[in-house]
Design a protein around this ligand. Structure first.
Ligand SMILES: [Zn+2]
Ligand SMILES: [Zn+2]
Length: 190
């Protein structure tokens, strides 16, 4: 049984011979389906990667705090956070909540002063717990920055605008011009 090449009309005695002929003389027809498939797979992988990156990884919302890239900020207030451990001031890093070249979380820092910038598209209630979540640090009545207070024989005294605060540290609201002090001791800073 003879087979005919549909590209040039030449006849061959077997499918194998025809296949070899197409591969040798009509390279583009031979490789085209493979190239299209490879490109399709590559595009699919890129799309899936981008999807996963924004859904579960870089820039994904943290505790309801979204990461926005270069859009209008209509709500912009600042809360100052100071943390003391055994009388020593704990450095709060710059650029918490900022993914360079990608996005900025509604709660972030620009320098090491402890100034928390609240920059959001609209006025919302934000809490210290959400800021610690964006920071990637622990905050509760028993654990601050990974320090287990009870087992370290430490106690945390909290002050909000100079007043002693006895509630849940995570619930302290980040309102404009507020000063939050977490004083962990003894010895205490205050
Ligand atoms: Zn700001
Ligand atoms: Zn900012």
């Amino acid at each position: 049984m003879k087979v005919r090449c549909k590209h040039c009309g030449r006849e061959f005695s077997s499918e194998t011979a025809l296949k070899r002929h197409i591969k040798d003389l009509h390279k583009s027809y031979y490789y085209a389906p493979r190239i299209i498939l490879a490109v399709a797979v590559a595009l699919l992988l890129v799309a899936a990667g981008a999807f996963l990156l924004t859904r579960q990884g870089l820039g994904a919302p943290i505790s309801g705090i979204e990461c926005h890239s270069g859009e209008a900020v209509s709500y912009h207030v600042h809360t100052l956070l100071e943390i003391y451990l055994k009388g020593e001031k704990v450095k709060i890093p710059a650029n918490i909540g900022i993914i360079p070249g990608h996005c900025m979380y509604w709660l972030h820092t620009h320098d090491e002063t402890g100034l928390i910038h609240v920059e959001a598209p609209r006025q919302m209630k934000f809490t210290l717990g959400q800021f610690f979540d964006v920071w990637g640090q622990q905050l509760s009545s028993d654990n601050v920055l990974g320090i287990d207070l009870a087992s370290s024989n430490l106690e945390m005294r909290m002050y909000v605008d100079g007043e002693r605060y006895l509630g849940d540290p995570r619930e302290i609201e980040l309102v404009d011009n507020r000063l939050i002090i977490l004083d962990i001791g003894p010895p205490f800073a205050k």
